[in-house]
Design a protein around this ligand. Structure first.
Ligand code: IMP
Length: 189
């Protein structure tokens, strides 16, 4: 069976995922530092509330797991699946969202996104959530690509703004490959 992820033995900062070469961009220890900062802000802002973290599957699972371990306020967790990329490195522009598993009325929701690119996923999700009588709604995203945004979406907690390059690792995939890489890589120009 052909391996999907191949590490470059001569240059450990480079990997090949399927047919493309990526370069290490954010090491796992730096990701954790970014997450600690975000978690402190959320713990402060939600000191007297019980937020419900809505994890956007599948890409956010690593980020959500590490972030939620650092959340010290009482909270709830739910998930929703979103799809817009298929096997490409550009958004198809059409976002498919799964159904919400529970009624969220009265809740203080924090959406957990791995990466905001065009912002269309987040926009669709915000529209879906505002159909319910939720108490408040904020978003946390590990990465945001400001140059790619097509929709003005409010991201209150941003881990890092990055250039408009395609990313893989730490939950984020290229055609479903590379999600389990502990570090974040960016497509080599
Ligand atoms: P958007 O709708 O274009 O903002 O894209 C949001 C979703 O697309 C994210 O939650 C990711 O799952 C996926 N995505 C966006 N950019 C990338 C990337 O660079 N690498 C991998 N997945 C991405």
């Amino acid at each position: 069976m052909r391996k999907e992820v191949i590490f470059n033995e001569e240059n450990p900062s480079e990997i090949t995922v399927l047919d493309r070469v990526f370069k290490k961009f954010i090491a796992s220890e730096d990701i954790l530092k970014i997450i600690n900062d975000i978690a402190s802000r959320i713990n402060k802002d939600y000191a007297d509330r019980k937020p419900l973290f809505l994890i956007v599957l599948k890409g956010s699972v690593f980020f959500a797991a590490d972030l939620l371990k650092k959340i010290s306020v009482d909270c709830e967790i739910d998930t929703i699946a979103a799809k817009s990329y298929g096997r490409n490195i550009e958004s198809s522009g059409t976002v498919h969202l799964s159904e919400l598993s529970e009624n969220l009325s009265g809740k203080d929701i924090i959406i957990i996104e791995d990466i905001v690119d065009t912002g269309l996923t987040l926009q669709s999700l915000i529209e879906k959530l505002t159909e319910q009588r939720i108490n408040s709604l904020e978003t946390v995203s590990l990465l945001v690509k400001p140059a790619k945004l097509k929709s003005r979406v409010p991201v209150k907690y941003t881990g890092m703004e990055i250039p408009p390059d395609f990313i893989v690792g730490y939950g984020m995939d290229y055609a479903e490959a590379g999600r389990n890489l502990p570090d974040i890589y960016r497509l080599k120009a």
